[in-house]
Ligand binder design. Structure first.
Ligand SMILES: C[S@@+](CC[C@H](N)C(=O)[O-])C[C@H]1O[C@@H](n2cnc3c(N)ncnc32)[C@H](O)[C@@H]1O
Length: 247
């Protein structure tokens, strides 16, 4: 749907996050080699891709299914002086063409849900060198209390949403070692994602005045934002940090 591009392509990010949270997760991996080879899966417009290149000193390969978003990443990389450190690849995250054991670090913010948390981890880890690291964010229940309104919203939108302990069990079930996790602060949802997205949806609603699929889409996005305003204590994005066993 054309409307998806109109809402999302020019936002600062395409999901919750911040450079501060990317840095916090990256610093956990103190044993990363100098100039690591990094794979960023579902990179979108690539705010975290450029930040990873800047902070790690490494080389980043960034994969996404959306060509317009990869173009935005390329423009951002040129603007910020990292074009030589970032390579983009247009392909699906479930069909990536890399040899086994090619990366020191696999990164994915707000994108692994497209395959499912456990499925993505199981599929991607062969690309990691022994002892390599993975950092992903995944929508997660933060409390055992799951009020009916928000529970049924997520059951319809993403029934695989799980609690933090359940996700840690999934990490162990695919033979990765959990090395830490932290929830993204609520400001990571608002500053570079929901605030600009809310404004964009309202502008577009003023253009799409007739009943249509596009109008329904915009109203659903605004409902998602309203639900987060009410229930952000109960769910959020969590950074999960893990390692492929060294041997
Ligand atoms: C919520 S956005 C997150 C983007 C970016 N990582 C960020 O945090 O701003 C999810 C991204 O996954 C990408 N995506 C969806 N399905 C995909 C697939 N099968 N393979 C690769 N990328 C995919 C979308 O195009 C989008 O850029």
């Amino acid at each position: 749907m054309e409307i998806i591009g109109k809402v999302f392509f020019d936002l600062p990010r395409q999901g919750p996050g911040s450079n501060a949270s990317t840095s916090r997760a990256l610093k956990t991996f103190s044993a990363l080699p100098a100039n690591p080879r990094i794979l960023d899966v579902g990179c979108g417009g690539g705010m975290q891709t450029v930040h990873l290149a800047r902070e790690s000193g490494g080389q980043v390969t960034a994969v996404d299914i959306s060509e317009p978003l990869l173009e935005r990443l390329q423009q951002r990389a040129i603007r910020e002086g990292f074009a030589g450190k970032i390579e983009t690849l247009h392909c699906s995250m479930d069909a990536m063409p890399f040899p086994d054991n090619s990366f020191d670090l696999i990164w994915s913010e707000g994108a692994i849900y497209n395959m499912g948390f456990a499925e993505g981890l199981a599929n991607w880890q062969r690309f990691l060198k022994l002892g390599g690291y993975i950092a992903v964010t995944e929508i997660s229940w933060l409390t055992d209390e799951r009020p009916e309104e928000i529970f049924s919203f997520w059951q319809a939108a993403y029934p695989k949403i799980a609690g933090i302990n359940e996700n840690i069990e999934k990490i162990e079930s695919v033979d990765l070692l959990p090395v830490g996790h932290f929830p993204l602060p609520v400001s990571d949802w608002w500053n570079e994602f929901y605030h600009p997205m809310e404004k964009r949806c309202q502008e577009l609603l003023a253009e799409y005045t007739e009943a249509s699929e596009s109008r329904d889409f915009l109203e659903n996005e605004l409902r998602e934002i309203a639900l987060f305003r009410e229930y952000s204590d109960n769910y959020g994005y969590v950074f999960y940090l893990m390692q492929k066993p060294p041997a």
